[in-house]
Design a binder for this molecule. Structure first.
Ligand code: 13P
Ligand code: SF4
Length: 373
């Protein structure tokens, strides 16, 4: 399959006085060429067959190509947010998981199920938050603030997870930080400064921030969004909290990918403006046929780049590579076995906490009890 190399430049965030600097200035991704209708049908048939033959299941994120989302669901797998992908991968009995998403999702699956074979269409599909939080600098930041409880976002390496006390995704970050704050914890937060800022504003928690950002959500623009809102006065605005604070301030609902889906379903409006990766549009449109979804603006007068609102690394996932890795066993995710037990601890805490919130029981997890600071 031919690959087009896509260069993605973005500005390095300024260090703030309390935080640390994201070191990543430059990103790249291989974007697969779109297959023809007949190639797609052939690849889907081959993948269906291979999944059965290899006792494998597919787990896809909402941002990957619609074909990979649909195929996961059609074959008994899952399309979801990063939290439910982790839970599903851990609980499913299949011996092999194919994770269509970005690297931290495959690593989380491996940490939770070291005995399973975790395959990814492209192992170089990463995330600017993960790249911008190298473990050596992060560890030094933690060492300098031993009085703080370390809370990290799922979009990080296994080594960074192993240095943390709690893991969160955008689905549960508010609840977990609020519970920690209520028990008197001061937080060291990494890596997304926008999600961290949102949680700090909502909870009033004492949070010291790492200075990372998502190259996709960082590009949503408040001024252009206001212009679009004026053109569509009845539209509700749905925003992922990795977006800048001035964009979040315009939202009718702020939430993770699954939170955005729920809000679109529950809200009594016909039009929605959506500030998140546009891979999300597939599910939003198929689940809400009577509603209209518009992409929030990422470029215009106040833009620093012409972003397309699609994660270059999520775009690396292709049908052809899913078929290839299932056939050959290539691209198996490896995590250093020495760090797995420590990296698993904060993930187990998150899964147990969220399960308890839903009134469920989380087998094999730690008691989701947050002790006093
Ligand atoms: P969710 O946890 O909301 O699925 O988001 C993951 C992600 O990478 C968002 O950019
Ligand atoms: Fe990372 Fe942003 Fe891509 Fe999500 S959309 S994987 S946060 S770069």
């Amino acid at each position: 399959m031919n690959m087009a190399m896509k260069e993605v430049d973005y500005e390095q965030p300024q260090a703030d006085v309390s935080g640390s600097v994201c070191a990543t200035k430059h990103a790249w991704a291989r974007v697969p060429v779109e297959p023809s209708q007949s190639e797609r049908a052939a690849l889907k048939g081959k993948i269906r067959h291979l999944l059965k033959e290899k006792n494998a299941v597919m787990v896809s994120h909402y941002y990957v190509h619609p074909d990979l989302q649909d195929l996961a669901e059609e074959t008994g797998g899952l399309v979801s947010d990063s939290l439910e992908m982790a839970r599903f991968g851990r609980d499913h009995s299949a011996k092999t998981l194919v994770v269509s998403g970005v690297r931290f999702m495959g690593e989380t699956a491996k940490i939770l199920s070291p005995e399973k074979r975790i395959l990814m269409p492209d192992l170089e599909a990463t995330c600017s938050l993960d790249l911008g939080c190298p473990v050596e600098e992060f560890s030094a930041f933690c060492d300098a603030h031993p009085d703080r409880t370390v809370v990290v976002y799922a979009n990080t390496s296994a080594a960074v997870k192993a240095r943390s006390d709690w893991l969160v995704t955008s689905s549960c970050a508010l609840d977990i930080v609020r519970a920690l704050k209520d028990k008197g914890h001061k937080i060291l937060w990494a890596p997304d400064r926008h999600l961290g800022g949102y949680i700090q504003r909502e909870t009033g928690a004492d949070m010291l921030m790492w200075n990372g950002s998502c190259i996709v959500h960082n590009e949503f623009k408040a001024i252009e969004l206001q212009g679009l809102m004026q053109q569509h006065p009845g539209a509700k605005v749905l925003v992922h909290p990795e977006s800048p604070a001035d964009v979040i301030a315009l939202a009718d609902a702020v939430g993770s990918t699954s939170g955005i889906l729920k809000a679109a379903h529950d809200m009594d409006a016909r039009e929605f403006i959506v500030a998140t990766d546009n891979g999300m549009m597939h599910k939003l449109r198929t689940l809400n046929p009577g509603k209209v979804f518009l992409e929030a603006p990422t470029s215009g007068n106040s833009a620093t780049c012409k972003s397309c609102a699609h994660c270059p690394w999520m775009a690396m996932n292709s049908l052809a590579d899913v078929a290839r890795v299932l056939e050959t066993g290539a691209n198996e995710v490896q995590v250093d076995p020495a760090i797995i037990p420590r990296a698993r601890l904060p993930i187990d805490r998150m899964l147990a906490f969220t399960s308890a919130l839903k009134g469920g029981h989380d087998t094999g997890s730690l008691v989701p009890n947050i002790g006093a600071a």
